[in-house]
Design a protein around this ligand. Sequence first.
Ligand SMILES: C[S@@+](CC[C@H](N)C(=O)[O-])C[C@H]1O[C@@H](n2cnc3c(N)ncnc32)[C@H](O)[C@@H]1O
Length: 380
Amino acid sequence: MIEDDTGKLIAAAGGTERDIGDALRAVGPERAVQLLADELIHRADLEDLPHAEAVVRFACHLGERTVNHLVHVSKGSARHLADAGESERATAPDVTVRYDTPELVRAVFGPTSARTSATRRVEWHTTDPIGPHSEVPRTAPLVQRLLRGTVPGPDDLAELSLRFGSDKWGLHFYTPLFERHFASLRDRPLTLLELGIGGFDDPEAGGGSLRLWRRYFHRAMICGVDIAEKTVAAGGRIRSFCGSQTDPVFLDSVLERVGPPDVVIDDASHRCADVIASFRHLFPALRPGGLYVVEDLQTSYWPRYGGSSEELSSPATSMGFLKTLADAVNHEELNGPAPDAVDEFGPHVVSVHFYHNLAVIEKGTNKEGTLPSWHPARAG
Ligand SMILES: C[S@@+](CC[C@H](N)C(=O)[O-])C[C@H]1O[C@@H](n2cnc3c(N)ncnc32)[C@H](O)[C@@H]1O
């Protein structure tokens, strides 16, 4: 996990009251409340709302202190008024949302079971109703959206993929496979590294999958690598790095910045040699229990990408290499000399899952040992 201010809050949100208190002191309560408000703004999908605007005051209590943070929210955008140097006196809030600060940290970045809102109070200051026969304030839908990020959402990965502009559902149909392997990781503070941000040479295009992962993994740092410079997809819990998936010096510098990843997804050049080079470099850096995913394995059969439809087990193709990893799972059972990849990766590859155009490799300790030498099955 990246040890920046957001990382500190995420790590503490799964711990005790004292852990959260320590993190709030380290980050500073004002900055912490701003980061929490930022995350709620991201989760609100404000662009989907009907036209409306409101000034929301977060009044976050911490012992005797109250941190007041004002946000101007409207369809499609939000602005921290404190940042703009606009004082509370100059901007009357339409609504105050009160929270005990430690609970807000847990409600935003905590594991699902810890996300409560027992200390929350919503106080409307402008009560202009939503319609002629209603007593619900006009700003209520906006405020509800802003607070939506404190409760676990019923997120469907396919829907998120389409919303954020990834091709992981629609062109491909990977999202049910990701759900199968990622569901148990959702509540953990983790680091996800995706090779290939998207948009190719256009600096302003791409970033769909980084935004998708940011929403799906509410406690994760999301890091992207692309050979093209990207101005999209940075900020909040997203970090992006420019360089090639085949450059070991660059990859080491990324690892130094983000720490050992829990999940790596290769969705970059899809050239066989690049896929293999990245795996060789990044799999050893993956945390035990981590997952390495390779997308778009159709290119393993296409010569333009260094693939072959004839030599299906060639170790120079992505699928040939990954099939060797299937043998690596049983590295302790081989009687004769094994391909390099079997010896190199066998002790660390726990499982290999193949799907249509996608593979998931699970890292762990694979040293159970074979049957004892006296076992009848080994005789002869
Ligand atoms: C298919 S797009 C990624 C899509 C994105 N992951 C998504 O789901 O929204 C592939 C990206 O990989 C990048 N790319 C190509 N070769 C690369 C390399 N050698 N190293 C890093 N990125 C590369 C391209 O610039 C392109 O933006």
